[in-house]
Ligand binder design. Structure first.
Ligand SMILES: [Zn+2]
Length: 489
């Protein structure tokens, strides 16, 4: 018997509705916009969800369409329309050759476009309009905000179990296994429960409380009830949509659906009972820099000490050009520290001037007025690169990142890495590719909340800072026009 033919599709974007830069077509082209066999080549050897899909040997996974863009502001309406047209045209053409038995779908789960607040629901409904009522398994990011409408349109919905996300491939592979079982006759469906609790990513680490305990108890509950699978999505709070919040997804044999609902609701109650544990109190920039300088000056201080610029979180859609910690390091006379700032104009001008010359410029804080003020800097240009690196490490392994034209500027002992494009500090190559060994730097500013930890596993000390920006530690400081909904399964 031939293996079931399943379409592999993807549309991935984490949308910060407060971020200034839109996810336009150029952002997708720069990150991922591929069809057909190019998808296999694009993901060759990486640990992505799509690679997990393609590894399923009991299926015949057919790569059809995969698009993604780095987290940023919403996609323009015409960008979403073009992406969905391309996706559905590709599915229709492939289904025309030979009909599909199922669909594997890689989504983020928090994508918003102008005029379409629930892109995942819109996408799955467009796909269903082409392929009909066949089994469909979707994988979401742990930061997804899945709506009941979206979940109802899918057969199986899974989400990453880890933050930092080190299980993307495993979830893709698992979704393919479950899809194969459904195609072979197992009746599965997914239920969702939601709380409007908006939690800062800093409080969402799966290695620490409250999430570690919530996940363990959720799995114990689902296991005891004999349910297929339970996942928690901790939500993407910097999204002004009604589906924002923490969600519980339970995949269940359809005959056990009442039990699944009960377990989802018990888990929802557990999350709500621990709502206060997600509250985080952090020092401001002046206090944090003072503490970092004191720690770095202590006898036998290890290195690096990482100052986490939480609100300028590139992985959460921030512009990566926040200057508050840079300004404070200068003001407090820091003599040896590294700060990465996205500033295309300054990086290009430094490249033109060349290594060994001096540049005077206003650096950073140009994307909007939420991330500090431009910092006047006169510095020596010590390195210029094209900013490209391929990652090793445990996460997004083998992917190539491009920071664009990148210059390292030195002013006193302070090194400012100026990149053309904001790039998340998820991998040590982010610094080693420009000649900086993190282990030799006393103080590093990382623009992120949690995921930077995979880049600097040897960091001796992390100081998370309540900086201003579009990913603030206190989510309630962002204005909202919508009210997040509570959903009982
Ligand atoms: Zn995420």
């Amino acid at each position: 018997m031939s293996r079931p033919r399943v379409a592999v599709l993807g549309l991935w974007h984490e949308t910060n509705t407060y971020a200034p830069k839109p996810a336009d077509m150029s952002a997708f082209k720069a990150f991922e916009l591929v069809t057909g066999e190019d998808i296999r080549r694009h993901h060759d050897g990486d640990r992505s969800v799509v690679s997990g899909f393609l590894a399923a040997t009991q299926l015949d996974p057919v790569p059809v369409f995969s698009a993604g863009a780095w987290p940023s502001g919403p996609a323009p309406a015409q960008t979403l329309a073009a992406l969905l047209d391309q996706l559905t045209a590709a599915v229709a053409a492939a289904a025309n050759e030979q009909p599909f038995d199922g669909v594997l779908l890689n989504l983020h789960g928090a994508m918003v476009a102008q005029g379409t607040p629930d892109v995942e629901a819109a996408a799955v409904e467009r796909i269903r309009a082409v392929v009909g009522d066949i089994p469909l398994a979707a994988v979401l990011d742990l930061h997804a905000n899945p709506s009941p409408r979206f979940v109802a349109a899918c057969t199986v919905v899974l989400a990453y179990d880890t933050y930092p996300h080190v299980d993307m491939w495993e979830r893709g592979y698992e979704a393919a296994q479950l899809l194969a079982q459904v195609i072979n006759g197992r009746e599965l469906s997914t239920v969702v429960a939601k709380t409007p609790l908006l939690t800062c990513p800093l409080a969402q680490s799966t290695e620490t409380e409250p999430v570690r305990g919530l996940l363990a108890r959720a799995k114990a509950r689902a296991g005891a009830a004999g349910l297929a699978r339970i996942c928690l999505t901790l939500g993407f709070p910097f999204s002004d949509v009604d589906r924002a919040g923490v969600s519980v997804l339970v995949v269940t044999d359809t005959r056990q659906i009442d039990t699944a609902r009960q377990v989802a609701n018990e888990t929802l109650a557990d999350i709500e009972a621990h709502a206060a544990d997600f509250t985080i109190d952090l020092p401001d920039a002046a206090t944090a820099v003072r503490n970092a300088l004191a720690a770095a000056a202590a006898p036998h201080a290890g290195r690096p000490i990482v100052l986490a610029d939480v609100a300028d979180n590139v992985g959460g859609g921030s512009p990566g050009d926040g200057t508050v910690l840079l300004a404070e390091l200068i003001a407090q006379g820091a003599r040896d520290a590294v700060v990465v700032i996205a500033d295309a104009a300054v990086s290009r001008r430094a490249a033109q001037l060349g290594v060994g010359n001096t540049i005077s410029a206003q650096v950073g804080a140009k994307a909007d007025d939420r991330h500090g003020k431009p910092v006047p800097l006169t510095a020596e240009i010590i390195t210029v690169t094209d900013g490209t690196y391929t990652t090793a490490g445990s996460w997004m392994t083998g992917q190539t990142f491009s920071m664009g034209t990148t210059a390292v500027l030195r002013s006193g002992g302070l090194r400012v890495v100026v990149t053309e494009r904001p790039t998340p500090p998820f991998h040590r190559e982010h610094l080693t590719s420009v000649g900086i060994d993190p282990a030799t730097v006393p103080i590093i500013v990382a623009k992120g909340a949690v995921a930077w930890r995979s880049a600097f596993p040897d960091a001796v000390h992390a100081i998370e800072v309540a900086t201003p920006g579009v990913c603030p530690v206190d989510v309630s400081t962002l204005p909202r026009t919508t009210t997040a909904i509570r959903v009982v399964a």
